[in-house]
Design a protein around this ligand. Structure first.
Ligand code: NAP
Ligand code: HSE
Length: 440
């Protein structure tokens, strides 16, 4: 059988990882598949960069789109990144030329996934993207193939390794945000622009692909409510610990009576739940489905080896043969996305306020909540750290004091209205912090 010829565009963390994997497992794969998988051509920006891999014998292309259309390849493996520019041109060029594409690029698929799937289907080629969601966890195939006989009601999880690494390290080691982010970048977990990670956009890119596969809807990145982890402070992490929670950046997609709720935000999860135990760069994806029940998949969400593992599985599928629509059903048959209003979301909330320590402030805050039908589970006035040593303990009158409130279940609309009323009164010393407590 003819070898399967790969053109690899992008030789960074994942691209170099893939070359190492093919080096380590090429012979075994060839024996198992009855055909060899060989890299014939590569593309990156800097031809002279030492990538720790041997590039001799591969045709070099400065232009990834030219590589994509080259007659010397059967498959374009796009590992450049970005939702436009060279990555998009290369993928379109490859599909247009009737070549299979494997990509880890969730940003591209979140924006152009349906159009690219239509193009792939029209040419009868594969567009595979296992590595685009949750790194090494095989969740795309799980939703696309293994759960085809189920109705899915919810899919959620920790989908960004960088954020989970930051939140876990802040919690366990008390180290500052910026220092831990730098470490995640050095380890190759973060996106080229790390605001995609910490701002929640990378999680949203991934979530929107899971949503489409889970519910058979068009990819709808612009319909997600997104909050990142930038506003999470040491005070929130400590308060969560005291209350029996951990803070995780979650992506959640669930079917409701009024449409699909798709949201990305920091959430409090019970300290002893399985999801709370997912630490460091590890990701997890939970799927609630009607026949199988709940599945929880846990594994490395980023990094060279884990991501290359998923890219390799997509390549092996192509080597075996057979073509499947990228989003399980023909892209033209995906249903329009119907968005549930976040204001109707029901849940409990954690709120941290910095208020003036004056008589009547707590009563005012409680009244704003009560006026909107919000019942409070606990209210704790937390002394600022500097007042604790040396006794005394009470700050001077008028000094800011943190107050932590946990509510019973209410609606997001009521919660936001109460916080707007509290914030507009002038007794607050900073913007209220609100974190949803997730029902698992
Ligand atoms: P990276 O380390 O920044 O590597 C990007 C590669 O693309 C580099 O080799 C770079 O060339 C090359 N490149 C940039 N612009 C180019 C251009 N105009 N033409 C040709 N090549 C160009 O990125 P990465 O972390 O490997 O990520 C690659 C993709 O995988 C992204 O879509 C990312 O979201 C996704 N992904 C990454 C991970 C992870 O853990 N890192 C996990 C899952 C998915 P030079 O090396 O010459 O600069
Ligand atoms: N930047 C991403 C993360 C890479 O940290 O999870 C994996 O998609």
């Amino acid at each position: 059988m003819q070898p399967l010829k790969l053109g690899v565009a992008g030789l960074g963390t994942v691209g170099a990882g893939l070359l190492k994997l093919l080096d380590a497992h090429g012979e075994r794969l060839a024996a198992a598949l009855g055909r060899r998988i060989i890299v014939t051509a590569v593309s990156a920006r800097d031809r002279n960069k030492d990538r720790g891999v041997q590039l001799d014998g591969f045709e070099w292309f400065d232009d990834a789109a030219k590589l994509a259309a080259s007659p010397g390849i059967d498959v374009l493996v796009e590992l450049i990144g970005g939702d436009e520019g060279v990555a998009r041109h290369a993928v379109e060029a490859a599909l247009g030329a009737g070549k299979h594409v494997v990509t880890a690029n969730k940003a591209l698929l979140a924006k152009h996934g349906v159009a690219l799937a239509k193009l792939a289907e029209s040419r009868g080629v594969e567009l595979n993207f296992e590595a685009a969601v949750a790194g090494g966890i095989p969740v795309i195939k799980t939703l696309r193939e293994s759960l085809a006989g189920n109705g899915v009601s919810r899919v959620y999880g920790i989908l960004n390794g960088t954020c989970n690494y930051i939140l876990t390290t802040m919690q366990e080691e008390g180290r500052p945000f910026a220092e831990v982010l730098k470490e995640a970048q050095d380890k190759g977990y973060a996106e080229a622009d790390p605001t995609f990670d910490v701002g929640g956009f990378d999680t949203a890119h991934k979530l929107t692909l899971l949503t489409s596969l889970a519910f058979g809807t068009e990819v709808a990145f612009d319909q997600i409510d997104i909050e990142g982890i930038e506003s999470i402070t040491d005070a929130d992490i400590q308060a969560a610990d005291d209350l029996g929670y951990r803070i995780k950046l979650l992506g959640v997609a669930m079917m409701t009576e009024s449409g699909i709720e798709q949201r990305v935000h920091p959430a409090m999860v019970p300290k002893h739940s399985a999801i709370a135990e997912v630490s460091g760069v590890t990701n997890c994806v939970a799927i609630d489905a009607d026949f199988v029940g709940t599945l929880l998949m846990v594994g490395p969400g980023a990094g060279a080896k884990a991501t290359a593992s998923s890219v390799a599985s997509d390549i092996v599928d192509i080597a075996i043969g057979g073509v499947m629509p990228p989003f399980r059903m023909p892209a033209a048959k995906l249903q329009p996305y119907r968005r549930a209003k976040l204001g109707q979301h029901q849940g409990a909330y954690y709120v941290r306020l910095l208020v003036e320590d004056r008589p009547g402030v707590m009563a005012f805050v409680a009244k704003q909540m009560a006026d909107r039908g919000i019942s409070l589970e606990s209210v704790v006035q937390r002394r600022p750290r500097q007042t604790i040593p040396g006794g005394g303990g009470r700050p001077e009158a008028g000094q800011p004091t943190p107050v932590v409130i946990v509510t019973y279940e209410t609606t997001e609309a009521a919660m936001r209205a109460a916080l707007d009323a509290i914030a507009s009164d002038g007794r607050l010393r900073s913007k209220p912090q609100m974190i949803r407590i997730e029902k698992l």
